[in-house]
Design a protein around this ligand. Structure first.
Ligand SMILES: C[S@@+](CC[C@H](N)C(=O)[O-])C[C@H]1O[C@@H](n2cnc3c(N)ncnc32)[C@H](O)[C@@H]1O
Length: 317
Protein backbone atom coordinates (compact mmCIF):
# COMPACT_ATOMS: atom_id res chain seq x y z
CA UNK A 1 0.00 0.00 0.00
CA UNK A 2 1.40 3.42 -1.01
CA UNK A 3 -0.34 6.31 0.69
CA UNK A 4 0.14 9.50 -1.28
CA UNK A 5 -0.10 13.13 -0.21
CA UNK A 6 -2.31 15.80 -1.74
CA UNK A 7 0.73 17.38 -3.41
CA UNK A 8 1.80 14.06 -4.91
CA UNK A 9 -1.70 13.54 -6.32
CA UNK A 10 -1.77 16.99 -7.92
CA UNK A 11 1.73 16.40 -9.36
CA UNK A 12 0.59 13.06 -10.81
CA UNK A 13 -2.25 14.76 -12.74
CA UNK A 14 -0.26 17.86 -13.80
CA UNK A 15 0.55 18.08 -17.54
CA UNK A 16 -1.50 15.02 -18.46
CA UNK A 17 -4.03 14.55 -21.25
CA UNK A 18 -7.64 13.61 -20.52
CA UNK A 19 -6.99 10.05 -21.72
CA UNK A 20 -3.95 9.74 -19.43
CA UNK A 21 -5.92 11.18 -16.50
CA UNK A 22 -8.69 8.63 -17.14
CA UNK A 23 -6.23 5.76 -16.85
CA UNK A 24 -4.92 7.17 -13.55
CA UNK A 25 -8.44 7.62 -12.15
CA UNK A 26 -10.33 4.64 -13.63
CA UNK A 27 -7.90 1.88 -14.62
CA UNK A 28 -5.34 2.38 -11.84
CA UNK A 29 -7.71 3.27 -9.01
CA UNK A 30 -11.39 2.36 -9.56
CA UNK A 31 -10.44 -0.94 -11.25
CA UNK A 32 -7.39 -1.57 -9.07
CA UNK A 33 -6.76 -5.24 -8.28
CA UNK A 34 -5.19 -6.90 -5.29
CA UNK A 35 -1.68 -7.89 -6.36
CA UNK A 36 -1.90 -11.32 -4.72
CA UNK A 37 -5.48 -12.45 -5.37
CA UNK A 38 -6.24 -10.48 -8.56
CA UNK A 39 -9.61 -9.40 -7.10
CA UNK A 40 -10.83 -5.86 -7.80
CA UNK A 41 -10.37 -3.81 -4.62
CA UNK A 42 -11.00 -0.26 -5.93
CA UNK A 43 -14.78 -0.78 -5.83
CA UNK A 44 -17.34 -3.37 -4.78
CA UNK A 45 -19.78 -2.68 -7.63
CA UNK A 46 -18.71 -5.76 -9.61
CA UNK A 47 -18.84 -8.08 -6.62
CA UNK A 48 -22.41 -6.87 -6.01
CA UNK A 49 -23.74 -7.27 -9.56
CA UNK A 50 -22.04 -10.56 -10.52
CA UNK A 51 -24.60 -12.86 -8.77
CA UNK A 52 -27.43 -11.16 -10.73
CA UNK A 53 -25.40 -11.29 -13.94
CA UNK A 54 -24.74 -15.02 -13.57
CA UNK A 55 -28.47 -15.70 -13.38
CA UNK A 56 -28.91 -14.02 -16.78
CA UNK A 57 -25.89 -15.35 -18.68
CA UNK A 58 -25.57 -18.95 -17.45
CA UNK A 59 -25.76 -21.37 -20.38
CA UNK A 60 -27.11 -18.74 -22.82
CA UNK A 61 -26.36 -19.35 -26.50
CA UNK A 62 -25.92 -15.81 -27.82
CA UNK A 63 -24.87 -12.80 -25.74
CA UNK A 64 -24.45 -9.26 -27.09
CA UNK A 65 -22.12 -7.08 -24.99
CA UNK A 66 -22.53 -3.33 -25.68
CA UNK A 67 -19.83 -0.82 -24.64
CA UNK A 68 -18.03 -4.06 -23.91
CA UNK A 69 -14.67 -2.69 -22.73
CA UNK A 70 -11.82 -5.19 -22.36
CA UNK A 71 -14.09 -8.09 -21.32
CA UNK A 72 -13.09 -8.04 -17.68
CA UNK A 73 -16.43 -9.60 -16.70
CA UNK A 74 -15.23 -12.81 -18.40
CA UNK A 75 -12.71 -13.22 -15.57
CA UNK A 76 -15.69 -13.75 -13.25
CA UNK A 77 -18.19 -15.58 -15.47
CA UNK A 78 -16.16 -17.66 -17.95
CA UNK A 79 -16.86 -21.09 -16.41
CA UNK A 80 -20.61 -20.50 -16.87
CA UNK A 81 -20.54 -19.38 -20.52
CA UNK A 82 -18.41 -22.06 -22.15
CA UNK A 83 -21.00 -22.85 -24.82
CA UNK A 84 -21.93 -19.21 -25.47
CA UNK A 85 -21.14 -17.01 -28.49
CA UNK A 86 -20.28 -13.41 -27.54
CA UNK A 87 -21.10 -10.59 -29.99
CA UNK A 88 -19.23 -7.39 -29.17
CA UNK A 89 -19.70 -3.65 -29.70
CA UNK A 90 -16.92 -1.37 -28.38
CA UNK A 91 -15.55 1.80 -30.07
CA UNK A 92 -12.10 1.61 -28.44
CA UNK A 93 -10.07 -0.78 -30.61
CA UNK A 94 -7.41 -1.48 -27.99
CA UNK A 95 -10.10 -2.62 -25.54
CA UNK A 96 -11.88 -4.60 -28.24
CA UNK A 97 -8.67 -6.49 -29.00
CA UNK A 98 -8.18 -7.24 -25.31
CA UNK A 99 -11.73 -8.62 -25.16
CA UNK A 100 -11.06 -10.85 -28.18
CA UNK A 101 -7.85 -12.08 -26.53
CA UNK A 102 -9.77 -12.93 -23.34
CA UNK A 103 -12.35 -14.91 -25.35
CA UNK A 104 -9.50 -16.88 -26.95
CA UNK A 105 -7.86 -17.49 -23.56
CA UNK A 106 -11.09 -18.80 -22.05
CA UNK A 107 -11.92 -20.79 -25.20
CA UNK A 108 -15.22 -18.97 -25.75
CA UNK A 109 -16.71 -18.40 -29.19
CA UNK A 110 -16.44 -14.88 -30.69
CA UNK A 111 -19.38 -13.80 -32.87
CA UNK A 112 -19.91 -10.48 -34.68
CA UNK A 113 -17.63 -7.64 -33.63
CA UNK A 114 -18.30 -3.93 -34.13
CA UNK A 115 -16.05 -0.98 -33.34
CA UNK A 116 -18.86 1.56 -33.96
CA UNK A 117 -20.46 3.55 -31.20
CA UNK A 118 -23.59 1.90 -29.86
CA UNK A 119 -25.67 4.67 -31.47
CA UNK A 120 -24.31 3.78 -34.95
CA UNK A 121 -24.40 0.05 -34.26
CA UNK A 122 -28.11 0.07 -33.38
CA UNK A 123 -28.98 1.93 -36.59
CA UNK A 124 -27.75 -0.99 -38.69
CA UNK A 125 -28.16 -4.03 -36.40
CA UNK A 126 -30.35 -6.65 -38.04
CA UNK A 127 -33.42 -7.38 -35.90
CA UNK A 128 -33.81 -10.74 -37.64
CA UNK A 129 -30.96 -12.21 -35.51
CA UNK A 130 -32.16 -11.99 -31.90
CA UNK A 131 -29.92 -12.75 -28.92
CA UNK A 132 -30.51 -14.42 -25.53
CA UNK A 133 -29.03 -11.68 -23.38
CA UNK A 134 -27.84 -8.09 -23.92
CA UNK A 135 -25.26 -6.64 -21.52
CA UNK A 136 -25.00 -2.88 -20.90
CA UNK A 137 -22.56 -2.70 -18.02
CA UNK A 138 -21.61 0.82 -16.92
CA UNK A 139 -21.90 2.13 -20.47
CA UNK A 140 -25.12 4.21 -20.66
CA UNK A 141 -23.06 7.27 -19.67
CA UNK A 142 -22.13 7.56 -23.36
CA UNK A 143 -25.65 7.85 -24.76
CA UNK A 144 -26.37 11.56 -24.25
CA UNK A 145 -24.02 14.51 -24.74
CA UNK A 146 -25.03 16.85 -21.92
CA UNK A 147 -22.98 19.66 -23.50
CA UNK A 148 -25.12 19.62 -26.67
CA UNK A 149 -27.62 22.39 -27.39
CA UNK A 150 -30.88 20.80 -26.33
CA UNK A 151 -30.42 17.22 -25.12
CA UNK A 152 -33.42 15.03 -24.34
CA UNK A 153 -31.86 12.32 -22.12
CA UNK A 154 -35.15 10.68 -21.18
CA UNK A 155 -36.23 10.20 -24.81
CA UNK A 156 -32.75 9.00 -25.84
CA UNK A 157 -32.57 6.43 -23.06
CA UNK A 158 -36.12 5.17 -23.67
CA UNK A 159 -35.39 4.87 -27.38
CA UNK A 160 -32.20 2.93 -26.59
CA UNK A 161 -34.06 0.41 -24.39
CA UNK A 162 -36.86 0.01 -26.96
CA UNK A 163 -34.26 -0.78 -29.65
CA UNK A 164 -32.53 -3.33 -27.39
CA UNK A 165 -35.84 -4.95 -26.52
CA UNK A 166 -36.48 -5.49 -30.24
CA UNK A 167 -33.28 -7.58 -30.42
CA UNK A 168 -34.34 -10.01 -27.68
CA UNK A 169 -35.34 -13.59 -28.37
CA UNK A 170 -38.27 -14.97 -26.41
CA UNK A 171 -37.32 -15.76 -22.81
CA UNK A 172 -34.25 -13.50 -22.89
CA UNK A 173 -33.15 -10.37 -21.04
CA UNK A 174 -31.39 -7.02 -20.98
CA UNK A 175 -28.88 -6.76 -18.11
CA UNK A 176 -27.98 -3.13 -17.43
CA UNK A 177 -25.92 -1.60 -14.62
CA UNK A 178 -25.17 2.08 -13.97
CA UNK A 179 -24.08 4.37 -11.16
CA UNK A 180 -26.91 6.35 -9.58
CA UNK A 181 -25.24 9.73 -9.92
CA UNK A 182 -28.09 11.51 -8.13
CA UNK A 183 -26.86 9.67 -5.01
CA UNK A 184 -23.23 8.78 -5.68
CA UNK A 185 -20.44 11.10 -4.56
CA UNK A 186 -18.95 11.25 -8.07
CA UNK A 187 -22.22 12.67 -9.40
CA UNK A 188 -22.30 15.30 -6.68
CA UNK A 189 -18.69 16.32 -7.38
CA UNK A 190 -19.42 16.64 -11.12
CA UNK A 191 -22.62 18.67 -10.62
CA UNK A 192 -20.90 21.00 -8.20
CA UNK A 193 -17.94 21.47 -10.58
CA UNK A 194 -20.21 22.48 -13.48
CA UNK A 195 -22.15 24.74 -11.13
CA UNK A 196 -18.94 26.52 -10.09
CA UNK A 197 -16.95 26.57 -13.35
CA UNK A 198 -19.08 25.33 -16.26
CA UNK A 199 -21.73 26.91 -18.42
CA UNK A 200 -25.01 27.24 -16.51
CA UNK A 201 -26.77 25.17 -19.19
CA UNK A 202 -24.33 22.27 -18.75
CA UNK A 203 -25.08 22.12 -15.05
CA UNK A 204 -28.83 22.13 -15.76
CA UNK A 205 -28.44 19.47 -18.49
CA UNK A 206 -26.38 17.21 -16.23
CA UNK A 207 -28.92 17.35 -13.40
CA UNK A 208 -31.66 16.50 -15.94
CA UNK A 209 -29.57 13.63 -17.30
CA UNK A 210 -29.05 12.06 -13.86
CA UNK A 211 -32.82 12.44 -13.14
CA UNK A 212 -33.76 10.90 -16.51
CA UNK A 213 -31.66 7.76 -15.91
CA UNK A 214 -33.31 7.12 -12.57
CA UNK A 215 -36.78 7.91 -13.86
CA UNK A 216 -36.46 5.51 -16.81
CA UNK A 217 -34.50 2.72 -15.10
CA UNK A 218 -34.50 2.81 -11.28
CA UNK A 219 -38.14 3.97 -11.16
CA UNK A 220 -38.94 1.76 -14.17
CA UNK A 221 -40.52 4.46 -16.35
CA UNK A 222 -39.60 2.51 -19.48
CA UNK A 223 -41.67 -0.52 -18.52
CA UNK A 224 -44.96 1.19 -19.34
CA UNK A 225 -43.64 2.19 -22.76
CA UNK A 226 -42.35 -1.33 -23.52
CA UNK A 227 -45.69 -2.83 -22.52
CA UNK A 228 -47.62 -0.40 -24.71
CA UNK A 229 -45.37 -1.15 -27.71
CA UNK A 230 -45.43 -4.93 -27.16
CA UNK A 231 -48.89 -5.77 -25.79
CA UNK A 232 -48.49 -9.43 -26.78
CA UNK A 233 -45.46 -9.93 -24.48
CA UNK A 234 -45.23 -10.66 -20.77
CA UNK A 235 -42.50 -8.17 -19.80
CA UNK A 236 -40.94 -7.94 -16.34
CA UNK A 237 -38.48 -5.40 -14.98
CA UNK A 238 -36.47 -5.67 -11.79
CA UNK A 239 -34.41 -2.72 -10.47
CA UNK A 240 -32.05 -3.32 -7.56
CA UNK A 241 -30.27 -0.49 -5.74
CA UNK A 242 -26.85 -1.35 -4.27
CA UNK A 243 -25.11 0.74 -1.63
CA UNK A 244 -21.79 0.20 -3.36
CA UNK A 245 -18.53 2.03 -2.62
CA UNK A 246 -15.30 3.20 -4.16
CA UNK A 247 -12.21 2.30 -2.09
CA UNK A 248 -8.83 4.03 -1.98
CA UNK A 249 -5.68 4.04 0.11
CA UNK A 250 -6.26 7.71 0.96
CA UNK A 251 -8.91 10.39 0.79
CA UNK A 252 -6.86 11.91 -2.05
CA UNK A 253 -7.28 8.75 -4.14
CA UNK A 254 -11.05 9.05 -3.62
CA UNK A 255 -10.91 12.60 -5.00
CA UNK A 256 -9.17 11.33 -8.16
CA UNK A 257 -11.71 8.51 -8.51
CA UNK A 258 -14.66 10.93 -8.43
CA UNK A 259 -13.51 12.28 -11.81
CA UNK A 260 -14.54 9.17 -13.72
CA UNK A 261 -18.15 10.31 -14.17
CA UNK A 262 -18.40 13.33 -16.43
CA UNK A 263 -15.20 15.11 -15.44
CA UNK A 264 -12.72 13.45 -17.80
CA UNK A 265 -13.56 13.45 -21.50
CA UNK A 266 -12.26 10.79 -23.89
CA UNK A 267 -9.65 12.76 -25.88
CA UNK A 268 -6.01 13.81 -25.92
CA UNK A 269 -6.68 17.41 -24.88
CA UNK A 270 -4.89 18.65 -21.73
CA UNK A 271 -6.60 17.62 -18.48
CA UNK A 272 -7.88 20.66 -16.55
CA UNK A 273 -6.35 20.39 -13.05
CA UNK A 274 -9.11 22.60 -11.62
CA UNK A 275 -11.37 19.54 -11.76
CA UNK A 276 -9.14 17.59 -9.40
CA UNK A 277 -8.66 20.62 -7.13
CA UNK A 278 -12.45 20.98 -6.94
CA UNK A 279 -12.89 17.25 -6.21
CA UNK A 280 -10.31 17.52 -3.43
CA UNK A 281 -12.11 20.45 -1.85
CA UNK A 282 -15.36 18.47 -1.87
CA UNK A 283 -14.11 15.21 -0.40
CA UNK A 284 -12.01 16.95 2.24
CA UNK A 285 -15.12 18.80 3.51
CA UNK A 286 -17.90 16.38 2.58
CA UNK A 287 -21.53 17.54 2.72
CA UNK A 288 -24.90 17.00 0.95
CA UNK A 289 -24.84 13.21 0.72
CA UNK A 290 -21.09 12.75 0.09
CA UNK A 291 -20.22 9.99 2.55
CA UNK A 292 -16.49 9.54 3.10
CA UNK A 293 -15.32 7.00 5.67
CA UNK A 294 -11.97 5.72 6.92
CA UNK A 295 -11.75 1.97 7.58
CA UNK A 296 -8.92 -0.09 9.05
CA UNK A 297 -6.76 0.11 5.95
CA UNK A 298 -8.90 1.78 3.22
CA UNK A 299 -10.95 4.92 2.71
CA UNK A 300 -14.39 4.64 1.10
CA UNK A 301 -16.93 6.87 -0.66
CA UNK A 302 -20.56 6.16 -1.55
CA UNK A 303 -20.95 5.21 -5.23
CA UNK A 304 -24.46 3.78 -5.43
CA UNK A 305 -25.28 1.52 -8.36
CA UNK A 306 -28.53 0.34 -9.95
CA UNK A 307 -28.93 -3.10 -11.54
CA UNK A 308 -31.81 -3.37 -14.04
CA UNK A 309 -33.04 -6.59 -15.57
CA UNK A 310 -35.72 -6.44 -18.26
CA UNK A 311 -37.10 -9.80 -19.36
CA UNK A 312 -39.06 -10.70 -22.42
CA UNK A 313 -41.06 -13.68 -21.26
CA UNK A 314 -42.90 -16.10 -23.47
CA UNK A 315 -45.79 -14.61 -25.39
CA UNK A 316 -49.10 -14.26 -23.52
CA UNK A 317 -51.89 -16.66 -24.72
C1 LIG B 1 -16.85 2.07 -17.87
S1 LIG B 1 -16.47 1.24 -19.35
C2 LIG B 1 -17.36 -0.30 -19.13
C3 LIG B 1 -16.79 -1.41 -19.95
C4 LIG B 1 -17.46 -2.78 -19.75
N1 LIG B 1 -18.86 -2.77 -20.07
C5 LIG B 1 -17.23 -3.31 -18.36
O1 LIG B 1 -18.10 -3.17 -17.53
O2 LIG B 1 -16.14 -3.83 -18.11
C6 LIG B 1 -17.46 2.08 -20.60
C7 LIG B 1 -17.16 1.61 -22.01
O3 LIG B 1 -18.03 2.28 -22.95
C8 LIG B 1 -17.27 2.54 -24.12
N2 LIG B 1 -17.90 3.63 -24.90
C9 LIG B 1 -17.58 4.94 -24.96
N3 LIG B 1 -18.41 5.60 -25.79
C10 LIG B 1 -19.27 4.68 -26.29
C11 LIG B 1 -20.36 4.72 -27.23
N4 LIG B 1 -20.73 5.86 -27.78
N5 LIG B 1 -20.98 3.57 -27.53
C12 LIG B 1 -20.61 2.41 -26.93
N6 LIG B 1 -19.61 2.32 -26.03
C13 LIG B 1 -18.95 3.43 -25.71
C14 LIG B 1 -15.89 2.88 -23.60
O4 LIG B 1 -14.90 2.74 -24.60
C15 LIG B 1 -15.74 1.89 -22.45
O5 LIG B 1 -15.15 0.70 -22.85
Amino acid sequence: MTVITETQLLDEFTNTTNNEAYIKAFTNRVMRRDELTGYIIGNDQRKLFIPYLLEEVKNKKEILDLGAGAGEILDEIHPFVQGTTFHLEEPNLALLNEYAERLRRYNIQKGEVSSSTVQEYLKIRDRANPVDCILCIHMIYHLTDFTSENPNPEAELQDFIVKLYDLLADGSSIFLVYADLEQAYAGKVALSYFDAFGKKQHHVNLARLYRARNKVLKEQGVLKLLKSLNPQDNITMNSVVCNSQFYGDSIYDLAAMSLVGELIEANDEPFDLRKLEHALSMVLKPKDGIKIAQGADMWSANEEQVICIIKKNSTII
